[in-house]
Design a protein around this ligand. Structure first.
Ligand code: 5GP
Ligand code: ZN
Length: 115
């Protein structure tokens, strides 16, 4: 399968690791839109949020646990945002489920802009 994020997990494409365990991998976004912009992804290929089901939702729960852990350990005391884009209208460009973890600035709120 030709999936960029599966290649990043496999180490075939380089990335800057932030966190890793047996279920998930977290790394710095190559094109950050906030002072802190990490991507947290499941190690199993899931194409996006529309493909989450009873069998794989454990990854989502775990990703949120990991996000909370990163937020505590890196001191995002003023807050943070978690975003996932699914499908064309939301602007999903990589079809491997990923959660953007954004922090380090006061963020606005609009459906047309995550930051
Ligand atoms: P999406 O637009 O699908 O929600 O998010 C995809 C994200 O992946 C974008 O924020 C983009 O900057 C990031 N991205 C795309 N290619 C690479 C890459 O090769 N390495 C890293 N670290 N991030 C990438
Ligand atoms: Zn993949």
């Amino acid at each position: 399968m030709d999936c960029l994020f599966c290649k990043i997990i496999a180490g075939e494409v380089p990335s800057t690791k932030v966190y890793e365990d047996d279920m998930v991998y977290a790394f710095k976004d190559i094109s950050p839109v906030a002072p802190v912009h990490y991507l947290i992804i499941p190690k199993e290929h899931i194409s996006g949020a529309s493909e989450i089901n009873e069998a794989n939702s454990k990854y989502v729960a775990h990703i949120f646990e990991v996000a909370a852990r990163i937020a505590k350990s890196e001191g995002f005391e003023n807050g943070f945002r978690i975003v996932t884009n699914c499908g064309e209208d939301a602007g999903q460009t990589v079809h491997h489920l990923h959660f953007h973890l954004l922090a380090g600035k006061k963020m606005g709120w609009s459906a047309d802009s995550a930051v």
